[in-house]
Design a protein around this ligand. Structure first.
Ligand SMILES: Cc1cc2nc3c(=O)[nH]c(=O)nc-3n(C[C@H](O)[C@H](O)[C@H](O)COP(=O)(O)O)c2cc1C
Length: 188
């Protein structure tokens, strides 16, 4: 029997690290799990007031890196403290950055895959900034590629379990997309 609840939610969420520069070129990063893809080349995210939010409003460019199992402590740390209060938060957790060659935003060296984004639209609602951005490029370390494509078995991205309040790794493939269901086509 199914129990009925008044509130619904989505879980798990992929975990992303948003990296930005401030107006003086100082890098900051934060953990963001309320991020989604719109169509083929746009991304949306929901930001409360943070140093990152201020930087995105000022600079309009940022990177989004996949948080990984190997860097789980650093990825969580940048979601706990603000660059406004701890200006050296990246150094503290061992993150270094290289400036993207496409946009004015930092790429975190320790996270193998970063998406490069430019803001299309900022909406203010309920003390939240909803960001819609165009994906203009992607950086991926050779170490996580197989046949020139990002390989999740090498990347080890983590998911945020919003019920258990913990990070989880992704398991093995259980079926091909647009393939597993084909077994029912044979009977029709
Ligand atoms: C698992 C996790 C997910 C988070 N997701 C979001 C999010 O989607 N949006 C948001 O505004 N803050 C989110 N946060 C909070 C920010 O990462 C946090 O407030 C951070 O310290 C802001 O840093 P900054 O002030 O240096 O930008 C999340 C934190 C954690 C730990």
């Amino acid at each position: 029997m199914k129990q009925s609840f008044d509130k619904g939610f989505i879980t798990p969420h992929p975990v992303f690290i948003i990296a930005t520069y401030d107006e003086n070129g100082k890098a900051d990063a934060m953990n963001a799990a309320w991020v989604g893809q719109i169509g083929g080349n746009q991304l949306s995210m929901s930001l409360s007031p943070h140093r990152t939010t201020t930087n995105i409003k000022a600079n309009k460019e940022f990177t989004v890196s996949f948080a990984t199992k190997e860097q789980v402590e650093a990825c969580d740390y940048v979601g706990i403290v603000s660059g406004d209060k701890v200006p050296d938060k990246l150094e503290k957790c061992g993150f270094t950055v290289t400036k993207s060659d496409k946009i004015n935003a930092p790429v975190i060296d320790q996270l193998p895959v970063a998406i490069e984004c430019k803001v299309i639209e900022l909406q203010e609602e309920f003390n939240e900034t909803r960001v819609v951005a165009e994906i203009v490029g992607l950086k991926a370390d050779d170490s996580v590629l197989t046949d020139g494509k990002v390989d999740l078995e090498k990347l080890h991205p983590i998911m945020f379990d919003t019920v258990g309040l913990c990070y989880r790794e992704i398991g093995a493939s259980v079926g091909g997309a647009w393939k597993a269901g084909k077994k029912y086509e044979k009977d029709n």
